[in-house]
Design a protein around this ligand. Sequence first.
Ligand SMILES: *Cc1c(COP(=O)(O)O)cnc(C)c1O
Length: 326
Amino acid sequence: MRSFEQLLNAPPSPLQALKEPLFRDRKIQVLLKRDDLLVLPREVPSSPFCGNKWRKLKYNLLEADQNGHHSLLTFGGAYSNHLAAVAAAGKLFDFKTIGIVRGEATLPLNPTLHFAQACGMQLQYVDRQRYRQKMEPAVQQEFQAQFGSYYMLPEGGTNPNALRGAAEIAEELKQQLEDTRPDYLLVCCGTGGTMAGLLQGWKHPARLLGISVLKGNFLTKAISSLLPQTVIPEWQVLNSFHHGGYAKFTPELIQFINRFWDRYQIYLDPIYTGKLLFAVYQLAAQAFFEPGTSVVVIHSGGLQGIAGFNQRFGPLLKAVPPAAVW
Ligand SMILES: *Cc1c(COP(=O)(O)O)cnc(C)c1O
């Protein structure tokens, strides 16, 4: 039996003020929207079904169920938060899950794939060339022949249902902030789906800044293509906070994440939210935000990536969430 009760009736994620001498000196208020605490099952705080993956999967799961699907098929790299989230969703809501993984199998499985498999996800490894062709009808037909019918979630999970879920971040914020409108909203961007959803949901003037975690400047175009013509907020993607590129890092980033943990006991992951918060501090230091303004930062989760990161690069991050099991 599938019960979407907890998904539909989740309380809003908390909004927490970050008290920093830097922010006080700059006369700005910084609030962190704790979507990392939006998690299922609730008793497993490190479950990958959290944050923006929770938001992006919500309406997809409901649609898959309404259309009578029993399987979800999706794609990702070996450390993908999305893959782990879909595996968790399958276990939570009783879908069979198939994960098409880019590259070759390596044993033992890394923490992400170990978790996905423990949730019952069937992992299928494909080489990089085939992975690039994954959305082509011929390749999809082969998947269907192999796995039967399924509800397909694109890589990273970005589609119209995902945007609808992400737009609910904006609705929650409006209620939580009542009359005080933030001047800036910041979110990190991989595919840009979360930012596009936020832009759609936020119907008031405010500056929305996307912090790209990838090298390059293609996200503005990618986000535009996801949006209808009419979005009110001003928005911009900042492309200089990637620390070398996707899943790349600098010693400064690691040091920042560890310091942030010491101060707040809030986990940041090195792929997404670490780069976002680093950017917030950097922008504040550069007096980017005018005195008197308020800044809301969306913590989009991603905690499952921390263990895999330390496994690859050594114990750089001092705070590692416990492995999720239930
Ligand atoms: C997947 C992910 C993102 C990227 O979201 P997009 O909608 O693809 O831009 C951001 N933050 C975290 C923690 C993620 O897991």
